[in-house]
Design a protein around this ligand. Structure first.
Ligand code: ZN
Ligand code: ZN
Length: 145
């Protein structure tokens, strides 16, 4: 049906240009969000300030070394750890792989952890973060090839 093809092809072209515009706009917003995340009065900071690591029992933001004031967020449960502790835990040779892949508290397995400056307990928000990180991974993989 040539008539149908003709009538359909132009709106597709229009849609494509709209999509790129939309994409760029989105990119700008995410930069803005990243910037505002550095603001220490933000609610993310407030929310993270008193979160205690389940391994060392320190408040993650009270760690002596600045590089350790980062959360290691497990995607499959909502227990909080500092990135240093969860790294050490997952590297330990004292337990089987099965054990160290699990959360030290609830044993729920997570195949990776997410280093993040702010604590994310809300699973919706976590899913969003994971989505963004995965997109970033895909993009950087494409860039390096
Ligand atoms: Zn810790
Ligand atoms: Zn857990």
């Amino acid at each position: 049906m040539p008539g149908l093809v003709r009538s359909v092809s132009s709106p597709i072209l229009m849609d494509k240009s709209k999509e790129t515009e939309h994409h760029e706009a989105k990119h700008q917003t995410s930069l803005k969000i990243l910037h505002s995340k550095m603001d220490h009065s933000s609610f993310q900071y407030e929310r993270s300030r008193d979160v205690v690591c389940g391994i060392c029992m320190d408040k993650v933001y009270d760690k002596q070394i600045a590089e350790e004031r980062i959360f290691g967020i497990l995607p499959n449960c909502s227990h909080a750890y500092c990135v240093g502790c969860i790294k050490r835990w997952r590297k330990t040779r004292d337990f089987q792989n099965e054990v160290i892949k699990g959360c030290p508290q609830c044993r729920v397995k997570s195949s990776y952890f997410i280093p993040n400056k702010y604590w994310i307990g809300d699973s919706e928000e976590k899913l969003q973060l994971i989505k963004i990180l995965k997109q970033r991974l895909v993009r950087s993989a494409a860039d390096s090839s």
